[in-house]
Design a protein around this ligand. Sequence first.
Ligand code: GAP
Length: 441
Amino acid sequence: MAEVTMEKLVSLCRRRGFIFQSSEIYGGLNGAYDYGPLGVHLKNNIRDFWWKEMTQLHDNIVGLDSSILMASKVWEASGHVSNFTDPMVDCKQCKSRFRADQIDLNAPCPVCGTRDSFTAPRNFNLMFATHIGPNTDSASTIFLRPETAQGIYTEFKNVVQSSRVKVPFGIAQVGKSFRNEITTKNFIFRSCEFEQMEMQFFCKPGSDDQWFPYWREQRMEFYKKMGIVPEHLRWHQHGPDELAFYAKDAYDIQFLFPMGWQELEGIHDRTDYDLSQHQKFSGKDLTYLDPDTQERYIPYVVETSAGLTRNVLMVLSDAYDEEPTPEGDIRTVLHFHPEIAPVMVAVLPLVKKDGLAEYADKLEHELRSDFMTYYDQSGAIGRRYRRQDEIGTPYCVTVDYDTLKDNTVTLRFRDSMQQVRVPVSELVSRIREENRAYRRV
Ligand code: GAP
């Protein structure tokens, strides 16, 4: 396995249209990224894989899409207005700003080298503030949400009353979140605008002791199902000094990113903290009445909180390899699980002439309703295979002279580079079978 560096990933992402820096023609905006033609498919496919896992493959989980803008009081109740801060110091000389917990305050400023130049640490709130309506006074201040979770808590009552769900049940949501992160190196790992995939599981107080380990196991299994190399995943339990202000217990799933082990997803036992706070601040009754036992209580919450954009970086990093080929050169390949690959099937005529291009073009159109396809007729066939390997296309279908005689095509597998002959009429079912049986080699 070749070493995966961030430079290689950034370069591939830019070159092949996965991810670009935002506002690049204006010099770029730090902490914001644009997902290009391939990147948007990869991100949407990871999102859909998670959405299906949560809302289709598990009992009692419903979906929600709450708004990014919410009443300011939400963030007072949640604790974000007073607690969602990083301690920051400024260099008095060059005015650079650093996270106090990430630098040595006795050392010289890393930017200008001045000694004893740091201000005392001050808390800096990570929420982006803006205004709603025509006035810009403090009464109109609202925040871009820094997590999607709060939209789920504020809709708890509406969902219970409208969906006939019974505790224990979960609400899943995917969407944008915003944090004014000061340290945004490492590509899309930590950005100011990002996406989260969060699920809040509401359960009876006390039963969180069973649901918390259950969801930890489920979430780790999910990543293995998505084809992530198990040795690249591990657990990290939060110590008392790391626990978020709302959490009774918390574990991170960490992934071995190019810069080392880092958090990918958090699984948190948030107790009844959030619903109790919203009940207090809104004055609305957020208790749940158990229809079977007539018990009334505020449910406990086990949260699974993953970064979607951080998942994209994980998947790219995990899939990336440079491998020697039988022809004696090196191919760059992305070993994506087929269900998240941006393109599923590339259709390639061996040569353009003698009706091969027309046959391949027609076949590609036919496959479109089943798979995301791509048609490529330019360049030598070997180079076309390499181009598809580099963007992680799991299957290439080649139309050659025999195809015209017997309606069979060559099906080439990205990972093994093996080729088999398949009747065109069996292509769709064969690819579906291969997808079901897919194992990362
Ligand atoms: N609702 C709980 C919550 O938001 P968190 O640990 O702050 O918990 C959860 O965030 C996940 O969201 C992280 O594990 C990470 O994957 C992702 N995430 C958080 N901040 C991020 C950022 N600035 N850029 C990209 N992803 C981020």
